[in-house]
Design a protein around this ligand. Structure first.
Ligand SMILES: [Mn+2]
Length: 427
């Protein structure tokens, strides 16, 4: 049995006290319509993965200010995600990053995860940093590199990540490449693309038949002139050339300013090539802020396209899409930040489920722009928090996860267990 820093009994007591002071979450919603009931059930099913690198404080190149009590090992990271799952009922998996996560004995890690009712989501490879003792440097790229030995090393690393992932029960590999160039003339774009494609092909061929390969794109950073997988078009090009197990992965922060992400989502779904989603928020660039903290309406519009597009293709929101929060916490307690992000994802999902799609279709066909906007904003302006609370209550999770995290003094407990100086690996 896993050691719990929060007992289910504490959640029951917290919920009882909450219900006593606030009443039942649904009381303000009138009689529970069949539609609302459907939303609650969809929310109970919905699960989002937590990346192992988001459990500690992130930082910038200017500094890092640890929260204290950060996980020191993979077991402790699993335990932190277990806590998030206990509090929300909606975070049933952890996504690992190799080699930041030392898996040790995978069998033990699987047992530790299962003890917290968790499984392993997508595994992530890393060819954007040099590791101690590494023979060839990735300074000038990995799969795009001019030197075949460097490319072979990057491919071998990805094959090793697949091997580890198989032992953990993962079903997908996420590849994000920092490959690109920072100065005009540095790179032959075509050669960089073709070499990267060749490398991805060898990685793709090593995938087990029930696995997926996610190709994550990013507009800029660490390179500032070109990126070899720089946007959704380039990612889709690779995924299309590789085959049916390859998909594009959308990370909200990886676009240029003002990009219409909801349109990208709609077209990728239409092509059957949207495989995964990384949630975060930003004001300027890849800021990795709490989901929904800056542009909640954009998040809603994206979810609307996701809900409508998945329905159109008969997709299962859980089995057919890899959902993950990919954020970094420079100032907030990482676990509180993740609780807020999970809630923001659920709220946007619930609002999107409330859109009257038939009425929207009619408005679109009649060129009634005013009515179309009314329909979307009617759903967006519905306070769906009671539905999210009801879903948590029924799942045995906490009615107020952040409130309980604070009431129970969980950060203080973690600091006592792990130390004030304990720092997690990550961004
Ligand atoms: Mn990402």
């Amino acid at each position: 049995m896993a050691t719990l820093i929060l007992e289910p009994e504490q959640i029951r007591k917290h919920n009882e006290a909450f219900l006593e002071s606030h009443g039942s979450p649904m009381q303000g919603m009138g009689t529970l319509s069949a539609e609302m009931e459907k939303v609650v059930r969809r929310l109970m099913d919905f699960q989002v993965a937590i990346p192992s690198w988001a459990l500690g404080t992130g930082g910038t190149r200017f500094g890092r200010f640890p929260a204290g009590g950060e996980p020191r090992s993979l077991e402790e990271k699993i335990s932190d995600v277990g806590l998030l799952h206990l509090l929300t009922g909606s975070a049933d998996s952890i996504s690992l990053h190799i080699p930041w996560d030392q898996t040790g004995h995978p069998g033990e890690m699987v047992r530790a995860a299962n003890a917290h009712r968790l499984h392993f989501a997508s595994v992530n490879s890393n060819t954007f940093q040099d590791q101690p003792g590494q023979k060839h440097s990735y300074k000038f790229g990995s799969l795009q590199h001019e030197d075949p030995a460097t490319r072979a090393q990057a491919i071998a690393h990805n094959l090793e990540v697949i091997r580890l992932g198989r032992e953990l029960g993962s079903k997908s590999l996420t590849v994000w490449l920092a490959d690109g160039s920072s100065y005009p003339g540095q790179l032959n774009f075509r050669r960089a693309f073709q070499r990267t494609l060749e490398g991805l092909r060898l990685i793709y061929e090593a995938l087990p038949p029930d696995w997926k390969l996610f190709i994550e794109y990013k507009a800029y950073e660490p390179h500032f002139y070109s990126t070899t997988v720089g946007d959704w078009g380039q990612s889709l090009l690779y995924a299309g050339k590789l085959g049916p197990q390859a998909f594009t992965l959308v990370d909200l922060g990886h676009h240029l300013a003002h990009t219409n992400i909801e349109q990208i989502v709609a077209l990728l779904l239409m092509e059957g090539k949207l495989g995964g989603f990384h949630f975060n928020d930003s004001k300027y660039g890849d800021d990795d802020l709490t989901v929904g903290c800056i542009r909640p309406y954009q998040l809603f519009l994206i979810f609307h396209e996701l809900v409508e597009g998945m329905e159109e293709r008969g997709m299962d929101p859980l089995a057919d899409m890899a959902w993950m929060i990919d954020a970094s916490h420079n100032l907030k307690d990482p676990l509180e930040d993740l609780l807020q992000s999970i809630e923001a994802v659920q709220i946007a999902y619930a609002q999107a489920l409330l859109v009257d799609q038939d009425a929207l279709d009619r408005a679109q066909q009649g060129n009634d722009i005013v009515e179309a906007q009314e329909i979307l904003q009617d759903a967006y302006r519905t306070d769906v928090r009671p539905l999210v609370e009801e879903a948590r209550l029924r799942a045995g999770a906490a009615l107020d996860p952040v409130g309980l995290f604070r009431e129970a003094g969980l950060r203080e407990l973690l600091i006592r267990q792990r130390g004030a100086g304990a720092r997690a690996t990550g961004l």
